[in-house]
Every structure is written in structure tokens, then in C-alpha cells.
Design a protein around this ligand. Structure first.
Ligand code: 5CA
Ligand code: ZN
Length: 394
């Protein structure tokens, strides 16, 4: 897999139990195809590991305490907890429809406040975090310079960091910070905001610390893969790693940092702020086969920013029909080679375009020319089911 930190493709080498943490949704709206593409990517990792005989400990969070939830709940006159619960339930239904294997631990921020507080206490005790001098709102910040290796994950220079920090939830202009890049780990309660008691006063967790705490307490330091979209490279993954490394004293939180490209529509990244969303639940409502959504999203390489379109879906539907036709045959040409190639391509940084091509080749030939191997159609169907998560058996 390509590792963002080392900027190269290198082997993932898990032990008997492979470990992965993937950043989950912020549940204030329905799951769109960008989210889906990211979780499908890590679902392939999960499936490849299982196919190779590993036990997999997969952890995912839900950012169910955050500004977008409060804003949406306010707008709609709803309880933010109820909003988060409903959207999380819809997300899980969408993932189930797409046949994404569920994580072993699925943990909300609401459930992990105690863990966050413990982690912040350690950071404060070691001097890695400090309280700003503001009696009204004594927020706690993590020092960007707490670890000497800071910056290794993104590899960004200071200017690029400053840009992304400001764009992606950071607060460079907050008075009282020692460095504009210092990251919020505990936010003192503002009027009307949800709050929990803590040794640093009532408040709520910052964002990066949530993922640091949830991962650290379940799969520890040095786990195999930290995953998410490329929009999480900085500041989110840089800081969640830095928080964790600061308490463990180890230089590297995750062994691989894996980031997916952004799915776009009409030339722009699919995002709630742009409003150009295609929801998984909407497509399901229109009776689109989830297997076609899945194949459409897997038809491009996961690291590539790429566009969703009606054509992508139509091509996927056509492919699915061909594969199902082939899988329904009494017999076909032998398929051991095809299955071996499927495994090889997936093992090569999840090269799904080549994997799908190999299957197209087998299916086209099977349908056009047939063959005498009676086990081949079900062999392919089983492999496609297990490795790609697509059910083509009739
Ligand atoms: N709750 C945080 C992570 S801790 C969060 O980023 N939530 S999210 O709902 O905004 O995004 C969930 C996941 O979907 C993240 O990994 C994000 O990188 C990914 N994502 C968001 N938009 C897209 C997109 N257009 N294409 C691909 N992945 C996307
Ligand atoms: Zn996260």
C-alpha cells in the first residue's frame, strides 16, 4: 500500500491480528458517495487480510459531538443527539447495503469522553498541552512542536500546513495560543453547547484527540493502517498521531497512513458545503443495485480523485450483468489464473481497475465461448464475493 508518510508503496506486514483505524463519519447528514468510496477502500483491505488468514481488529469512530451537528440540529429544531443517532443508523444501513464488513469496534465521541480526558491529562502533565490564558474560556491546546518528528505524516511545509489548518477546522487566530498551529484538545463550554465535567473545567473534546484516544485504547500504538480521505492528511492525521506519540514516546503512531482520493461530481469535490451530493440512500431508494454502486466506485483507483457520473453507474451495471451471466453458466474456461490475478492486482496497492479488467476478460470469454470447467463459475463468484464484496451468484 502507498504510505502517505513515506511517500511510497511498500508492504503492509501485519501479525496474526491485523489492525486498522479508519476515521468515521460526522453524522449530521446522509452518507454520500465520497464517504462510501472511502469506506469501500478500507473494506477491501479488511477482505484481503481475511483472505490471507489474518484476524482483523478494525476500529472506526463516529464524530457525534461536533459543530456541524449542533448547527444542523439548531436549524431543524432537533436534539443533536437524536440527529446523530439517526444519521449514524442510516450510515450503518447504507454500509450494510454496500456489503461493507462492519468494524469490530464502532465508537462514538459521546462514549469516549472519559478516554479523551485521560489523554488530555497526560498531555498537560508532560507539558505537551497547555491552557490558554482566558478565564472565560480556558481551552486546552496541544503544542505543534511537542514532538520533534511533527510533520512527518503529511510532509507539508509550514506554509502548506497553515493553509490547510485554517481551511480544515483549525483556529490559527485564537488569542493566547503559543503557535497558530497548536491544536485544540479540550474546548471550554460556550453557552448553549453540550459539555462534560473535566479537571480542566466543563467542556468537550477537540477533534484529533478523539481519534487518538479511540485508536490508542483499542489497537495501541504501531497499528498497521490509519485510514481516511486525503482531506484528513493535515491537520487531522498529523495531530492525532502527534497526540498519541506524545504520550507513548514512540515516533510513529501508525505503520501505514493510507489516504483515498476525493470523489467529485460535475468537476468539484463532493461535499456538504458545496451541496453537490449523491446520497447512497437516495440511489437505494431509486432501486439502484448496491452492487453496481460498489463496482462503480471501485472502477477507479482509490488514490485518484475521480468523478461520479451516470455513465460510471451505467458502466458498472453493464459489468455486473456480464459477470452475473458468466457466473450463472453451467461451465466455463478454468478460472484459477483469473482468481490469482485478482489477488495479485488487489495486493498491488488495491489496483481495482486491473482487477476488474481481469474479471471482465474471464467473463466475456466465458459468455462468448464457454468452457468445460464446471467449477469455474462458482470459483469466480466466490472470489468476487469474498474479495470485492460483490454478490454475482445466481
Ligand atoms: N468524522 C471525521 C473524521 S474523524 C470526518 O472527516 N467525517 S466526514 O463525515 O466528513 O468524512 C468521513 C470520511 O469520508 C472521511 O474519511 C473523509 O475523508 C471521507 N470523505 C469525505 N468527503 C469525501 C469525498 N468527496 N470523497 C472521498 N472521501 C470523502
Ligand atoms: Zn478521525
Amino acid at each position: 500500500m502507498y504510505d502517505t508518510a513515506d511517500r511510497q508503496v511498500r508492504p503492509v506486514t501485519p501479525g496474526a491480528t491485523a489492525t486498522m483505524y479508519v476515521c468515521g463519519i460526522t453524522p449530521y447528514d446522509a452518507t454520500h458517495l465520497g464517504h462510501a468510496a472511502t469506506y469501500l477502500t478500507f473494506d477491501l483491505v479488511n477482505r484481503i487480510w481475511r483472505d490471507a488468514g489474518h484476524d482483523v481488529h478494525y476500529v472506526q469512530n463516529v464524530t457525534d459531538v461536533d459543530d456541524p451537528l449542533f448547527e444542523r440540529a439548531d436549524r431543524d429544531g432537533e436534539d443533536w443527539i437524536v440527529l446523530g443517532m439517526r444519521e449514524t443508523a442510516l450510515f450503518r444501513e447504507d454500509m450494510e447495503a454496500l456489503r461493507v464488513l462492519p468494524p469490530r469496534d464502532y465508537i462514538g465521541a459521546v462514549e469516549s469522553i472519559g478516554e479523551v480526558i485521560e489523554l488530555v491529562e497526560k498531555l498537560v502533565a508532560s507539558g505537551a498541552a497547555y491552557t490558554v490564558d482566558d478565564p472565560e474560556y480556558p481551552d486546552v491546546y496541544f503544542r505543534a512542536d511537542a514532538n520533534e518528528q511533527f510533520g512527518y505524516e503529511s510532509g507539508y511545509d509550514r506554509e502548506t500546513m497553515a493553509t490547510f489548518f485554517a481551511e480544515r477546522g483549525g483556529d490559527p487566530d485564537r488569542p493566547g495560543k503559543r503557535d497558530p498551529l497548536d491544536a485544540l484538545v479540550w474546548r471550554a463550554a460556550r453557552p448553549g453547547e453540550p459539555k462534560w465535567p473535566s479537571p480542566f473545567g466543563e467542556g468537550r473534546p477537540g477533534w484529533h484527540i478523539e481519534c487518538a484516544a479511540i485508536a490508542l485504547n483499542r489497537i495501541g500504538s504501531g497499528f498497521d493502517i490509519q485510514g481516511g480521505g486525503s482531506d484528513l492528511i493535515f491537520p487531522h492525521h498529523e495531530f492525532s498521531s502527534a497526540h498519541a506519540e506524545s504520550v507513548t514516546g514512540e515516533r510513529r503512531f501508525a505503520r501505514h497512513y493510507v489516504h483515498t482520493g476525493m470523489i467529485g461530481l460535475d468537476g468539484e469535490k463532493m461535499s456538504k458545503s458545496r451541496g453537490n451530493l449523491v446520497f447512497v440512500s437516495k440511489l437505494r431508494g431509486e432501486q439502484v443495485d448496491p452492487a453496481a454502486i460498489r463496482l462503480g466506485l471501485l472502477s477507479g483507483h482509490y488514490r485518484q480523485d475521480r468523478a461520479w457520473s451516470d455513465q460510471v453507474l451505467a458502466d458498472a451495471q453493464e459489468r455486473l450483468t456480464l459477470w452475473r451471466q458468466a457466473a450463472a453458466l453451467e461451465s466455463a474456461q478454468s478460472a484459477e489464473d483469473t482468481v490469482a490475478r485478482l489477488r495479485q492486482h488487489l495486493a498491488d496497492d488495491l489496483d481495482t481497475p486491473k482487477a476488474l479488467d481481469a474479471l471482465d476478460g474471464w467473463a466475456r470469454r466465458a459468455v462468448d465461448h464457454g468452457g468445460s470447467d464446471t467449477g469455474a463459475p462458482s470459483l469466480v463468484a466466490d472470489a468476487v464475493d469474498a474479495l470485492l464484496g460483490v454478490d454475482i451468484a445466481s
